[in-house]
Design a protein around this ligand. Structure first.
Ligand code: GLU
Length: 558
């Protein structure tokens, strides 16, 4: 003879012929070494990868790697309202742009890898319903036929009567005690229903759970009869997370701090299902200092372009620089480790969840730019070229064309002041390169003949006039510089900077000013990498033309 609960389970889940034991066997305990951690990153396919997501995914991968465990990418697509068509691709592309690879899980729109899948929640409905059926058999879940109107009327009543809190629970939960016959009748009449958890929580009791980042957290026990399955049989996040993390054998649930308040619910569900509760780590939010009012606030999808991971791809930040920067935000001892292990792979870093700060971490584009400039400064010119060229193919057609027309020239430009012990640190991202190289290409070059204040137009045109006569493209750097020094005295400047500093009133300026005039004439800038190398690349003809034009223009300066 079936019990009422068993009859109810058949009535609600006649389509389910498997048992939870079946899935226990299908997804056995993982055979990993002691202490290995199994983590998962579980985004909804909203088509938008937030910086916080990259941060979270990195935390998952590092935690798994540092312990010899497994990281997974699970797509949580049970909320169809949040989903967009190519949402999964956007997430996968975001991770692959930064070389973040999970050991298991979704790898593309229709592909996945690993033995604990499917890794997309909408393909796991049978698992959720099997667990739900078991809960019904055990009297821990029941169908609720209350309509949205009834639920809002309930809320009003609870507010009026001063209930301890609002929600579907205890004496307020009117579908809790429907008989089998009543339920059968309603189902026959086609009344829609959700499946609710029958909570045995106590309003007076509190639970304590350990959060790896935050330590012990104490909260009121859950008493709410939470919805497990919606009326279409699809689970809520709460229930799906519990089933998935159990059957995927997740040991550590690392997720955003916005989930702390739901954790008592999840702990209760794990217990009711007879599953072991995983360890939790709630990560802090990614913050920034607001440009307008100087306050610290959450990085916002609406206000901050840098909240989107795609921004860093579009701007052409070198992938390793962003990861390197995020590592420093995740664990403050990363920078010391990096100094001791300058060439090691970031994933060799002994990452520790406990060393994460529970308060929000501050994302600062200026600091990122510093990290990035360092990273680019130690790359070979060939590498900078290849990566910038690849980036430009998608994001800057004009640069792509110019570089493609003469790759040797591009590499020579990028090689100026590079591959030496003190390389320049001018470039933080590939999108800065066009401006950086602009004066080498007439189609990009923006002439600018603004002179430093202390130099008159007349002196400048004299410098250029005299220099033109002695310039020789074949001069090596020493001869080239000696010639510039030789220009100084006859024109009232000194080749000796120290001398100038002692008696500035005796001179119009020093050799640095003379070379600045030549620099402005040739590049439109007062600060550039090595001018001799620049002139070599420009070539004699272009140098002469630019000098002629500058001489004319300087002459006219009043
Ligand atoms: N799908 C949830 C979210 O996008 C994931 C939370 C979790 O990691 O458990 O916030």
């Amino acid at each position: 003879m079936l019990t009422d609960n068993e009859r109810l389970a058949e009535l609600l889940f006649g389509n389910i012929d498997k048992t939870t034991e079946y899935f226990e066997e299908k997804y056995p305990q993982r055979n990993l070494k002691e202490g290995a951690r199994v983590t998962r990153f579980a985004p909804s396919p909203t088509g938008y990868l937030h910086m916080g997501g990259l941060f979270g995914a990195l935390t998952d991968i590092l935690t798994a790697k540092a312990s010899g465990g497994v990281s997974m990418l699970r797509i949580e697509d049970t909320d169809k309202k949040r989903e967009v068509g190519d949402g999964v691709d956007a997430i996968i592309d975001g991770f692959s742009a930064f070389d973040l690879v999970f050991d298991e899980g979704v790898t593309g729109k229709d592909s996945q890898t690993g033995d604990y899948g499917p890794y997309t929640q909408s393909k796991r409905v049978e698992i959720y319903q099997t667990v739900a059926k078991q809960l019904v058999i055990e009297g821990k879940a029941y169908p609720c036929f209350c309509t949205a109107d009834e639920l809002s009327a309930l809320r009003e009543r609870q507010e009026k009567e001063g209930a301890a809190f609002c929600g579907y629970y205890g004496k307020w939960a009117k579908c809790r005690d429907l008989t089998y016959e009543q339920i059968e009748e309603k189902i026959k009449n086609g009344e829609p229903y959700v499946l609710r958890f029958r909570s045995d929580g106590d309003e007076e009791k509190r639970i304590v759970f350990d959060d790896i980042i935050r330590g012990k957290i104490e909260m009121p026990e859950n008493v709410i009869d939470e919805v497990l399955l919606k009326s279409d049989g699809i689970p809520t996040y709460h229930f799906a997370h519990v089933c998935d993390d159990h059957f995927m054998r997740t040991t550590h649930v690392i997720r955003g701090e916005e989930w702390i308040s739901s954790t008592p619910k999840h702990v209760a569900l794990f217990k009711a299902c007879g599953f072991r509760t995983p360890k939790y780590a709630h990560t802090p939010q990614v913050m920034k200092i607001d440009e307008e009012d100087g306050t610290k606030r959450k990085l916002s999808k609406r206000k901050d372009p840098e909240a989107a991971v795609s921004y860093f791809v579009e701007e052409g930040y070198p992938k390793e620089a962003l990861i390197e920067y995020l590592m420093g935000l995740l664990n403050s001892n990363f920078e010391d480790w990096r100094r001791a292990n300058p060439t090691a792979d970031v994933f060799e870093f002994p990452f520790n969840l406990k060393k994460m700060s529970p308060s929000g971490c501050l994302f600062d584009l200026v600091k990122l730019a510093d990290v990035s400039k360092n990273a680019v400064s130690v790359m070979k010119a060939q590498t900078v070229f290849e990566r910038a060229y690849k980036w430009a193919e998608t994001y800057d057609k004009e640069l792509y064309k110019l570089f493609g027309e003469n790759t040797e020239k591009a590499i020579a430009i990028l090689n100026i002041d590079r591959e030496n012990p003190k390389p320049r640190k001018d470039i933080a991202k590939w999108s800065e390169i066009k401006d950086y190289v602009s004066y080498f290409y007439n189609s990009l070059y923006k002439e600018n003949y603004t002179l430093p204040e202390k130099i008159t137009g007349e002196d400048a045109s004299k410098i250029i006039e005299t220099y033109k006569a002695i310039y020789d493209v074949n001069d090596d750097k020493q001869v080239w510089f000696d010639k510039i020094k030789a220009l100084c005295e006859p024109l009232g400047f000194t080749p000796n900077v120290k001398e100038y500093k002692k008696t500035p009133e005796a001179f119009k300026g020093h050799v640095g000013d003379v070379s600045t005039v030549i620099r402005v004439a040739l590049t439109g800038r007062t600060n550039t990498p090595d001018l001799h190398a620049i002139m070599q690349i420009l070539g004699a003809q272009e140098v002469k033309e630019r000098l002629n034009k500058a001489e004319r223009i300087f002459k006219e300066v009043k």
